[in-house]
Design a protein around this ligand. Structure first.
Ligand code: NAD
Length: 281
């Protein structure tokens, strides 16, 4: 069994981004800029935004965080996004999810200029992803693809089971895998017999938010298991959606939580923002 080390790979990606940022600044006097919109006081969202701002600083980006109370109106959020759309120093706009209940998330995401949609959640980018065209791809699934590439994991013709079908994780993950010519099964909460699907897959990619959902008898010998889940359990520790202790001995490759997919998400956000900055006219 080999652990896929997301921490090291993310550091490698960040070092490359930092190098390219320095070059971009020197050659074209461009400093990539990221705007983050944070609504409400969810502690996890605050922690993620802090990590993102720190990562931006480390690679030499310009970054701003617009923090808003959860009583803010939808129109006020939209006005802030429109301001960022028009700001020439901003290459990427990220709205930290989840948003409060009274806000229509889809409506908010649609306001972001698709050329600055570094999270890849705008329908324009989702459509281009499905069609196999160049676009901004959601950071977490993109990070998983980067891991496959780094570890020379062949996807063509493989049976892959994606567990979880959200717009930000499961669906874009499935599109990327399909574009890479894997045979993809997408499962979710209403799937009748999850085990029947996971246990015949060469690769299982899980992002659901249920600690220990994937158990030893649900994966085949030699499977590759990617755990996207991040769950804080009663003792305060972070665990994934896979029962790592019992599943890992059966795997050829597996990602740990923490230190697996998580760090890759931020690395891909930086990489997407750099891509947008490079496309400035
Ligand atoms: P979500 O709640 O939007 O979607 C969850 C999906 O899992 C749904 O499709 C649902 O049908 C499915 N699901 C739920 N319970 C299931 C079950 N028992 N069996 C099969 N399918 C089930 O969640 P999300 O935003 O997609 O996040 C999923 C997980 O990924 C969470 O733990 C989240 O913290 C984590 N996440 C991690 C990163 C990262 O950077 N590593 C990024 C985003 C999300």
């Amino acid at each position: 069994m080999q652990r896929i080390d997301g921490q090291s790979l993310a550091k490698k990606v960040q070092a490359t981004v930092a190098q390219e940022v320095a070059q971009l600044k020197q050659e074209k006097n461009i400093v990539p800029g990221l705007a983050v919109i944070l609504v409400g006081d969810d502690p996890a969202s605050h922690a993620y935004v802090k990590m993102k701002a720190k990562a931006c600083e480390n690679v030499g980006f310009y970054s701003i965080t617009h923090s808003m109370p959860d009583t803010i109106s939808q129109d006020e959020i939209i006005a802030t996004i429109e301001m960022m759309n028009a700001n020439p120093r901003i290459d990427g706009i990220l709205v930290q999810l989840p948003l409060p209940k009274h806000i229509d998330t889809n409506k908010i995401l649609e306001v972001i200029n698709p050329k600055k949609d570094v999270d890849g959640f705008h329908a324009y980018n989702v459509g281009r992803l499905v069609t196999g065209l160049d676009c901004f791809v959601a950071c977490t699934p993109l990070g998983v693809m980067k891991m496959f590439e780094e570890y020379n994991i062949e996807l063509r013709g493989k049976d892959v089971c994606v567990v979880g079908a959200s717009n930000i994780v499961g669906k874009p993950m499935a599109s990327l895998l399909l574009n890479a010519e894997a045979t993809v099964t997408i499962t979710h909460i209403h799937t009748k017999d999850l085990k029947a699907h996971t246990s015949r897959a060469d690769i299982v990619v899980v992002g659901v938010g249920v600690p220990g959902l994937i158990k030893e008898d649900m994966v085949k010998e030699g499977a590759i298991v990617i755990d996207i889940g991040i769950n804080r359990i009663a003792d305060g520790s972070l665990v994934g959606d896979v029962d790592f202790k019992h599943v890992s001995p059966k795997c050829s490759y597996i990602t740990p939580v923490p230190g697996g997919v998580g760090p890759m998400t931020i690395a891909m956000l930086l990489s997407n923002t750099l891509k947008s900055a490079k496309a400035r006219v």
